[in-house]
Ligand binder design. Structure first.
Ligand code: UD1
Length: 365
């Protein structure tokens, strides 16, 4: 009998994590897959554009939840997802990453006694002011299968009392997508070079509430970026949340070498990342991608749930210390950059390892 697996995605970073798992499971003829998009991200350039590039199928259901406060968004996802699970009765639901869609879907399933697998389990920033940290801790407590990207994830889960037999160290699925699409991204970059015609540049992304919601903080960060851009142009694809805040501040940065552009598709962003002199970011996934690509990463956060990118990779956690940011950029431009290595199991095969575990688990269940 076929095993029914239902995947839930909602926000931009989920899409590149689900794609390799779905592809690996599609190669198993004992598996039937359903794909649900909660609609947490709904702008075409935050969602739709990724589906085609990543080879994701049209969702079987789009719950169309959209934006809202954390309580409203999470509750809305739960309310709309529950009947889908009740109607489809999957054998396993796979949730991804740490966004509100992840915890909302996991909670629905656990109350309906439907097993849940969490892809990208065990990451911890130990900063409970981050909504994502709450989502991670809670999802991991109720999941039945926990797929970790690195050994620190296993250690965190064991410390929190998760049973060892539920934990599977499979590697990093985000890197699967990167490995798969890097050749295509590089090819496309050559033909689109004229769009971003800088021989050298830094790449910037900022969207965390801690950096962009408070206008004084955002102003301080933008002023540092303005200074840095006098040494090297900066390309800054702007998340909708950040865009709203920059508009409130009246900051279009036209009088600087900080080039604000709309959010980019996966291939363009990957190509820009791989050719960048450095990346300044507060994203989780980008800390990992730069480590794989061996591009210096300066993280504007006080902590990271991905410490392996610091201990092994090219990442430096800067916080909001703009003097430090300027100094680290100066060092990179002087050729004194931090060297890094690719962590174990970040090899493009994590999706395949997840599929193996899922199928064996299905046989035993
Ligand atoms: C969410 C995730 C975050 C992830 C990020 C990636 C949570 C708690 N946060 O943050 O972990 O790093 O996605 O992008 O789940 N908006 C649009 N169009 C969209 C989506 C959002 O305009 O398609 C705007 C809305 O004003 C919305 C705001 O962005 O209120 C924030 O969106 P939301 O989904 O709440 O969280 P993100 O900041 O995107």
């Amino acid at each position: 009998m076929a095993m029914d697996i239902l995947h839930v995605v909602g926000a931009r970073p989920n899409f590149m994590k689900a794609a390799p798992v779905m592809r690996a499971l599609a190669r198993r003829d004992t598996v039937r897959q359903t794909f649900v998009h909660t609609g947490q991200h709904y702008d075409s350039n935050m969602s739709e554009v990724f589906f085609e590039e990543l080879g994701l199928p049209e969702p079987d259901a789009n719950l169309g939840v959209g934006s809202g406060s954390h309580a409203r968004q999470t509750a809305e996802i739960m309310t709309r997802f529950e009947p889908v699970v009740m109607a489809r009765k999957p054998d396993l639901v796979l949730v991804y990453g740490d966004v509100n869609s992840t915890i909302a879907a996991a909670l629905v399933c656990t109350k309906l006694l439907v097993p849940v697998g969490h892809v990208e389990a065990g990451l911890r920033s130990r900063d409970r002011t981050m909504p994502e940290e709450i989502n991670r801790v809670l999802t991991d407590q109720i999941a039945d299968l926990l797929f970790t990207p690195s050994a620190d994830g296993d250690e965190n889960l064991l410390r929190e009392g998760v049973a060892r037999e539920k934990i599977h160290l499979v590697g990093n699925v985000m890197i699967d997508t990167l490995v798969w699409l890097l050749p295509k991204a590089s090819e496309q970059y050559e033909s689109r070079r004229s769009t971003f015609n800088f021989p050298q540049y830094g790449l910037v992304t900022l969207h965390r509430p801690s950096n962009v919601d408070d206008l004084a903080t955002l102003k301080k960060l933008m002023s540092a970026l303005r200074d840095i851009s006098s040494q090297l142009p900066l390309i800054f694809p702007v998340h909708p949340r950040t865009c709203e805040r920059l508009q409130a501040l009246g900051l279009a940065m036209r009088d600087s070498q900080v080039h604000l552009v709309d959010p980019l598709c996966y291939l363009d962003f990957l190509a820009l990342q791989s050719h960048a002199s450095f990346v300044i970011t507060d994203s989780g996934g980008i800390q990992e991608e730069t480590t794989y690509l061996d591009v210096p990463c300066l993280t504007l956060r006080e902590n990271t749930e991905r410490p392996i990118t610091v201990t092994m990779g090219t990442n430096i956690v800067i916080g909001q210390d703009m003097e430090r940011l300027r100094a680290e950029v100066g060092r990179i431009l002087n050729g004194e950059r931090k060297e890094g290595q690719v962590p174990p199991l970040w090899d493009g095969k994590a999706g395949e390892r997840i599929a193996e575990v899922v199928v064996s688990w299905g046989c035993l269940a």
